[in-house]
Structure formats: structure tokens, C-alpha cells
Design a protein around this ligand. Sequence first.
Ligand code: GCW
Length: 697
Amino acid sequence: MTGDAIHPAWLPDEAWQAVGSRRVLVRADGPLARTVMQEATRATDHHGGSVGDDGRFDLVLALTDTVGLPDTAASVLAELDYRSGRGTLGTEGFALARRGGVTVVLADGTAGLLYGLFHVVRLGEAAFGAALPLDVHHPVTARRMLNHWDNIDTHPVMGQVERGYSGGSIFWRDGGLTPDLDRIRAYARLLASVGVNAITVNNVNVHATEAHLLTDRLGDVAALADVLRPYHVRVHLSVGFNSPTALGGLPTADPLDPDVRAWWAETTRQVYAAIPDFGGYVVKADSEGQPGPFGYGRTHAEGANTLAAALEPFGGVVHWRAFVYDHRQDWRDRSTDRARAAHDHFAALDGHFAGNVILQVKHGPIDFQTREPVSPVIAAMPSTHLAVELQVTQEYTGQQRHVCYLGPMWSEVLAFTPWGATRPTVAEVASGVAHGDERAAPGRRPSGQGGLVAVSNVGDDPFWTGHPLAQANLYAFGRLAWNPLLDPATLLDEWIDLTFTPAATADPGLLRRTLHEVMDGSWQVYESYTAPLGVGFMVRPGSHYGPDVDGYEYTPWGTYHFADRDGIGVDRTRATGTGYTGQYPKPWSDVYESLASCPDELLLFFHHVPYTHVLHSGKTVVQHIYDTHFAGAERVALMRSNWARLGDAGLVAPDVDARVRERLDEQMRCAQEWRDQINTYFYRKSGILDAHGRRIH
Ligand code: GCW
């Protein structure tokens, strides 16, 4: 902690003006109803409205089983009953309507009421203007989860938060639970406001201290669960596969050993005794040095099912990660291909996982690169519950020093159709609709399994996310997990309105326009000045920040670009390469196999081509590299001057302005560094000059 005041992120008190200035009636009981009540009271205290039951209301929040609702709410309920029947909203859905000057939110459960309240806040004055027809909202995805890669101790290489760019952990401090539980409460509130309903509080790389969260440090996890529960956020734990040996003193962690199974069952029983609504386990096994079932000659299904059996009596789930690959490969062996690994390991296991195992698959086959194709595992496991994993923390997308709004990338991934036809989409696979559960479709109820998961970008930084604009990524993730069809540019508007409220009133048009200019296309801008055409990496080994074109080229990590004097790219075709294209169903297996149809932005992911190869765009590969790298750095200069206009006009708070300016300066420096190193590298390899005579060497 820096000791600076904590910035409220989105939802400062000012964002509650519309709700807070109204007369609010809450008709519900239970712990979450208390939260709804507290939120409404806090807002009305601040803005001069009232909460209570004096017979006159502007906003009614009520459970559908309430007896004796005020007339308007009763009429909305009657319409809801007529339309779909009571009880169809589910635990998290809500219905909203405005008629007769009253805004009505109805829900079957108190979580729905809480989500409904946040929805009204998002609507602002629009919720209290003209009549609104009855509208029903359901999350498309049942589990909307953030994974924190937080350690209790500070790791000598990775720091306290692995791949964290926002300071230390908000959960752990000085070797134990943070005393700052208010901060956790504020975080839970942010999560609830975007619909996130589950988190893990420790790193998937489980080190010695953190392993004990499962047993003798369980009390800390229970304390966190108590703070998160009022905002409908469940706690899950990352656990080590070797826990039976590391914690239980058993001679083996073989998942088929009866003592091992009994250990997991008993340990899990104790977890539920302490945390009755505990969510379950997240496991990284046989990956980057973590122990796993391979060590005992068992499959990943056998490994996952043992933990699943322990959780099953309590309704818990195992998120089992598909990020399994050999990070000690021989770089001279061109037949190995890290992109193949997850599919090679898991596709044959489809149908072998227990019903409460959720296979957690990174959205791309390698590792959260700026541009990757969608993982073929997503199409390969129709009989397995899948969760798709995204990375909100910007490990490979500028580390929260660069502006990189990831909403458009995720939206593209979620809308991708793995079987080529219009449906189902990746989002529908993750929500359970793709394989038979017809109830789950946008606006309808989800199947209950699967989900969307993302690695959080939050730390104890006063701005929560290091770069204040990186908050938009956290916001967009939650909203897309709730409804993957939401438009990323609209989400940006929501976030802007909820975040920059007070200053924005001076010139909201300029604020909004500028933030869109700076953020809308920032993912493509980042892509344009870094690794080209889907080739990936080219980052500094270890830190993964800044350019080092050959940094990983002769290492065992399996992250190569194969640039030589004649050409560049990884041949992953069936005809002459690693055969990875064969892991996709048609039409993608053919689309990617053929140079004629492979999309430009993924060309070097799938093909090794000469520098003079002509892209669909009409440019040669090498000229494309030069052009995009010049253009990318120019765009950053423009982003920087656009932002400066905002700051100069006093439209954002001075501390936010200062932090963003400092980051944009670094982004500018780094974009130039990327531009110069990449362009010079490819000029030296190819000997081909820039067609426009710019300086490339
Ligand atoms: O991207 C890589 C990161 C590791 C991370 C790993 C994973 C938690 O560089 O730091 O480890 O992915 O997803 O497990």
C-alpha cells in the first residue's frame, strides 16, 4: 500500500445521483436484501432521497413472493406472471419496468435484486424518465469468475501478485490476511456491480505458504468469504495437486489411492464446515513445474475426478486448467508444437470428466498473446463442461503501462463460431447452450455449468489497476460474462458514465469522445507496434515487457517465430508443418491450412512465409511490418495528445490525469522502442528496404 487515498474506481457516490435522489422501497428479507438496503440508504443519504415505506415511491425493489406489493409493482408482477410464470427469473435474474411514474425491479432471489439495483444505477436518469416496458435480465453464463494470481508471501521472482501490475495483493499483507477488509468489501461491491460472482484468492502456482489456505490457514479464507458473501461473490481456492503429500503427510498423491481420496474428502468436508457456500477448487497440474496426475501415471480425468468426488456432496466444482504443456522442450525439434499441447492432452478425455469438473481453457492455444486463434479445445469437448479463461491482467498487452482496452478482443473471441456455422459461439459453449441445454441462450437461463473466468488485474494500488484506464477491462469482463453479446464500445460508455461523473458534467461530450479515441482501437494499436501477424511473443523473457525479438527463440518454452533470412512464421499446417490445423473442425481446419484463406492477422501463427509474400491486403509481409510499426507509434502519439486535451481542460481529477500522462509517456517510449527494434530486425534479416524510405536501420 502506498498510503494514498484509494480511488473509488467506477461507482463513486456521484454515480448514484439518480437513485439517491429518489424515494426507494425495498421489500425483501435475507443477507443480500440487507446489502440492497444498505446501498440504497447510502445513496439516498448522500443525495437527499429516502428509503422506507411511507406509501410514496419512485423505485420499488421487491421479491416476487412478497405479499401486499404496492399497486404498480403488483401490476408489473402480474404481467411477469402472465408472460413467463413466477419463479422463472432464477437466482440471479431480475425484471425491470417503469410505469405510472414508478420504477419496479422484481427478482425471485435477493441476488437478482442486488443486480437489479446496480442495473438501475447504470441506467441513471433513464430509469426514471419515460415508461419502460417490462424487460427481463438473466446472466448468460452461470459462473463469472476472477482468478487472482496472488501470493501471501512475496515471491523472489514474481513478486506478490504473479503477473500483477497494480501493486501488492488486496487480500494478503505481511504474511497473512490483510487487516484492510474495507478494501475487500469495496472490491466485492465493484464485482457485484458488473455481475462477477466467484473469485479465487490465491495463485494457481501454489507455493508452500499458500498451500496451507486449504487446511490450517482456512480461517483466513473464511474471513474473506464473510466479506464477499453480502455481495454474492463466492470464494474458490487454488490448490496443489500434491496437497495430500505436502499437507497431509501421505506418501503419495496418486488420485486413485484410497487414502488420497479419503484425504481429499475429509479436507473438503472441513472446508465446507468453515465456509458452507465455498465454490470449489482451481487446479493447475502438470504445467510449468506444478505437480499433477502424470507423476503417478494417471490421466487428467482421473486427477480431476478425485477432487470432484470430494466436492460433489457439497455442490462444489473443480476448475481444472487445460493449460498443460512441456516447458522444457528441445528448441531444435520442429515437430513439437506448444500450440498443440492442450488438445493433445485433453481431447481424448472428453466424456471422462465428472459432472462437477469444469475444464478451464485459455482462449487461445498458447498463452494470452495479443493475437491468437481460438483454442481448438473449445470445439473438441462436447461432453465436458468448459470454462473459457481470459486475461484481464495485461501480461502480454502492455502491463497496465500501455492503454489496451481488451473488450473488443474478448468480444471477438466470444462471438467466434468454432464450427463455422453461425451458431454456436464460444460464449454459448462456455454457457452450456452449445451442447444440448436449450434453456441457455442470451436473455434466457444458463445451464448451470461452465463459465467465463479471467485473471484479475487488481492490486492494492490506489487506482486499483495501476493504469486508471485499465479499470475498463475489469468492468468489460464482468459485463461480457453476464452477456457476451454486449457491445464493447457501449460498455466503455457505461464505464465512462459510472466513473468520471463529477468532472464530466463540464463537457461530457469531449470526455466521452476523447476516451473513445484513446481506448476504442487501443488493442489493435498495441498489436500494430508489437509482434506482427499473429506470430506472438518477441517480448523480453521473464518480464514479458518490451521487445526482445529473439529472446525466446532458442529456449525450451516453445514460443518461436523461426525468422531467418528468407522468411518468418510457424508452419502449423498438416501438409508440411506440425499438423496443428488438423485440431480444428471444418471449415477452420481448411481455412487456416491454406495460405489463400488464412486471415492476415493470423498468417504467421499458421504459416512460414517469405518476407515478400503478398498479404490479402496487397502488401508484402515485410512492408506490412514496417507500415504497421510506424503507424502504431504515431497512433500512440495521437492518443497522448488527445488525453492531454482532456487533462488541460480539467475534465478529469488531477491525480488520475497525472497517472495517465505518466503511463502514456512510457507507452510512447516503449512503442518507439518496439517500432525501431522490430523494423531494424526485419530489415537486417531480409535486406529489404522500406518502400517509403523511412529510417529502419
Ligand atoms: O502466462 C503464463 C504466465 C505465468 C502463469 C501461467 C499460467 C500463473 O507467464 O506466470 O502462471 O501463464 O497461466 O498458469
